[in-house]
Design a protein around this ligand. Structure first.
Ligand code: NAG
Ligand code: NAG
Ligand code: NAG
Ligand code: NAG
Ligand code: FE2
Length: 470
């Protein structure tokens, strides 16, 4: 009896020991769920009379000014703005900083649209071409009535070691938190030169009848950044504005009229998927809410596009998409799965460096992992470490009206390197062909504080293990 008892006692202790060992093993290469405690406040849109929404004074003054790249290589810029009183002129005067007397003129055009009972202002788009690389340009719009002047700096000439700093913002909206995110991005001493925006702009569709006045207020709110540096747009579900109950059945109607992209320059047939090259980066924008199955225009475009990427010229291959493929929050769990199934093998084959997504209103960074072995019958359905795979980053924490996603799956999957439910933005700072420094900044901290970071090693030039939790 005594012998049997001590044996079972031993078995219990051994089992407990084994459990402890297993636990340690799991934790030692698992990621980190931040313990940062954020004060939970109600996120609400800033009221219509807020300072950030004020229209500029003067008859027919241009408002909602924003710029984006206008070609495939960084030598053109699309300038867009809205006039409210009358069409006015779609003309831009522009000149190099050092040649104020040599003003050039570009002519664009304007569009208008209706959405339910809303009528838009006059939305102007004008492309400035043949710009010189790495130069400061001033530009003036509102010709004929109230003129306003802005400036931008063109990207440097493409070169494999050209440094460049991108800001990353997603799911911004127009709440007090959104305003903090933008202020933190602007005041970050790491100074982003262009924004990669991962979708969900205004959240106008969260207002009755998708009140498109909230598209206008959003445009005025972000002008303090979008007029001075290019924002590269990806579309999210809040750009769909699909509302058959209002008689509005044309997806993306407000977005398509307001925000342009140089999609034709990369051979795309829609403004929702396209590519641009900036400095040493090739950026591919994908559309979660446009068809991407085999034989669709987006599928065929991406298949051809990936063969055109030349890592000897643009070492950094960056993808933007709204709905994340790897996301360990319960919110929007697995919504990106069907697109992952379609495209992940290509991302591994072409060694994409990083994929930025939004949609989930929180922050998360993954290890380099892939999940491409599964073939229905072999049962290999879990992600595993893969140094040819991208890092997946969810940066949907801009601070919109829908609030934070705080509910995570537990335990934290091993592939998840860091996750935290706080609002913020990120910076991707390319140093040269081998190294880029990435940092995430939460709104609660000082402008210079880094809450999560990683040195990226380029997958083509320096494909060493760059995991932060190995
Ligand atoms: C549109 O309709 C809504 C609801 O009927 C109304 O509250 C709003 O004032 C209308 N807006 C315009 C511009 O007519
Ligand atoms: C938004 O942020 C800016 C910059 O910090 C500030 O000047 C402005 O007062 C803020 N507006 C609101 C409504 O919070
Ligand atoms: C979190 O998600 C789980 C799984 O979906 C669900 O069972 C649980 O109720 C959620 N908790 C909260 C607080 O929403
Ligand atoms: C690339 O940048 C990294 C980080 O700044 C630096 O350590 C490395 O020496 C640079 N490589 C070259 C070839 O200059
Ligand atoms: Fe979204």
């Amino acid at each position: 009896m005594a012998g049997a008892k001590s044996f079972s006692c031993f078995a219990v202790i051994a089992a407990a020991l084994l459990l402890v060992l297993l636990n340690v093993a799991v934790l030692s290469h698992g990621g980190k769920t931040s313990t940062f405690i954020r004060k939970v406040e109600r996120t609400e849109d800033m009221p219509l009379h807020s300072d950030v929404f004020l229209a500029p004074s003067g008859y027919n003054a241009p408002q909602q000014v924003h710029i984006t790249l206008g070609d495939h290589v960084g030598r053109a810029m699309i300038v867009s703005w809205v006039t409210m009183d009358e069409p006015g002129k779609s003309i831009v005067y522009y000149w190099r900083e050092e040649c104020p007397h040599k003003k050039e003129v570009a002519k664009g055009n304007h569009v208008t649209y209706r959405f339910f009972n809303y009528s838009s202002g006059f939305i102007h788009h004008c492309t400035l071409r043949d710009l010189e690389f790495n130069k400061m340009y001033y530009y003036e719009i509102g010709i004929g009535h109230t003129r306003r002047q802005f400036w931008f700096v063109t990207p440097p000439e493409m070169h494999p070691d050209a440094p460049y700093t991108f800001g990353l913002i997603g799911d911004l909206g127009q709440t007090f938190d959104s305003n903090k995110t933008l202020a933190h991005y602007e005041s970050n001493p790491q100074k982003g030169q262009a924004v990669l925006f991962v979708g969900d702009l205004s959240y106008a569709d969260d207002h009755p009848n998708h009140d498109n006045v909230r598209w206008d207020t959003w445009g005025r709110f972000v002008e303090r950044s979008t007029a001075y540096q290019p924002w590269i747009w990806a579309t999210g579900n809040h750009e769909l504005d699909y509302a058959p109950e209002l008689g509005e059945t044309e997806p993306f109607k407000p977005f398509r009229h307001r925000y342009h992209a140089p999609y034709q320059a990369s051979g795309s047939t829609e403004p929702f998927w396209y590519s641009v090259k900036i400095a040493s980066a090739h950026i591919i924008v994908l559309a979660s809410y446009s068809a991407y199955g085999k034989y669709t225009p987006q599928y065929e475009w991406l298949e051809a596009e990936l063969t055109k990427v030349d890592r000897s010229k643009t070492p950094w291959l960056i993808v933007l998409v709204h709905s994340p493929w790897y996301n360990s929050y319960n919110y929007h769990y697995m919504e990106g799965e069907s697109m992952r199934v379609m495209f992940e093998p290509w991302f591994v084959k072409y060694k994409v460096d990083v994929v930025f997504a939004g949609h989930v209103h929180a922050y998360e960074r993954s290890e380099r992992i892939s999940n491409i072995e599964y073939n229905i019958i072999n049962g290999r359905c879990g992600p595993s470490k893969d140094l040819s795979a991208p890092v997946y980053i969810t940066i949907g924490d801009g601070g919109n009206i829908e609030g934070l996603a705080t509910n995570m799956t537990n335990p934290q999957p091993e592939y998840s390197a860091y996750r935290e439910a706080s609002f913020g933005h990120a910076i991707f700072e390319i140093k040269n062909r081998t190294h880029a420094h990435y940092s995430w900044h939460r709104n609660e901290d000082d402008y210079a504080t880094i809450a999560d970071s990683m040195w990226f090693f380029n997958r083509y030039w320096h494909p060493a293990d760059d995991s932060t939790t190995k």
